[in-house]
Design a protein around this ligand. Sequence first.
Ligand code: GDP
Ligand code: MG
Length: 291
Amino acid sequence: MKTGTIAIVGRPNVGKSTLLNQLVGAHVAITSRKAQTTRHRLLGIRTDVDAQYQFVDTPGYQTRHANALNKMMNRTVGQVAGEVDVAVMVIDANGWDERDDPVLKLIPANVPVILALNKIDKVTDKAKVAELLGAASKKRDFAALVPISASKGTQMKALLYEVRKHLPEGEPSYGADDITDRPERFLAAELVRERIFRLLGDELPYSIAVDVERFELDGRMRRIAAVIYVDRPSHKAIVIGEKGAALKRIGTEARHAMEELFGSKVFLELWVKVKGGWADSDAALRQLGYK
Ligand code: GDP
Ligand code: MG
């Protein structure tokens, strides 16, 4: 039996969280078309007969806005990369991009790095895949190069095979049914945030945080009350929408995602509150679980 931790790193939007979910077989990490959906480090656990894989999803390393939240996220990436047995660095099927350079720099020289060229479902010319991998291979002495499609699940066996080579012998530290180190309460808040990322305009999601205030088991049913914190009163109006339509849709879709993940009925109540400047306040970040 082999057991170890694997960092999944890469710039925003290359498909790290999608890959983690595919490898774990459940929607534990939230994903969206927008960059910076992932704010927290999260473990996704997969247990096979011969290995337990503990994948660490990380926020994409980014340099756009220098507020306290983003500085914290960048620190997380650096810390994780130094603590793992192996790293899977994900890049987009367009090939190596200069924005991939700073990510690679964060990984210490003694950590083996597997390069995953993701979204190959978008590439029709297969000769191109080999060409892109060849070009990327000059960037570091990678332990392996694996073309994948995280969303379609293509080449997951090949990737796991390469990862397993670098894991130490050892007994599993999590149960065979565990899929993450995060409590359901955290996953519930994230699923609300995911809906906001997917349903609301371009800038708004970045100024939003979600806090689960109540999480109770009522038989097999989960009763959950969550607050959506926005930066400004005008944002509150957008999240609620005309006659409450936007908030209703966020709630319905988040509830369905929770019911699938938890395997039970969910009763979800959502509130919207204004909390100005939360993304740049250390106290607010702590309260919202970012520290
Ligand atoms: P992250 O920021 O690196 O965690 O990226 P996400 O996992 O949130 O994915 C970003 C976007 O890329 C989402 O819209 C995903 O659906 C999409 N995506 C991820 N993997 C694939 C893939 O293999 N093929 C295609 N076509 N899209 C993908
Ligand atoms: Mg992500």
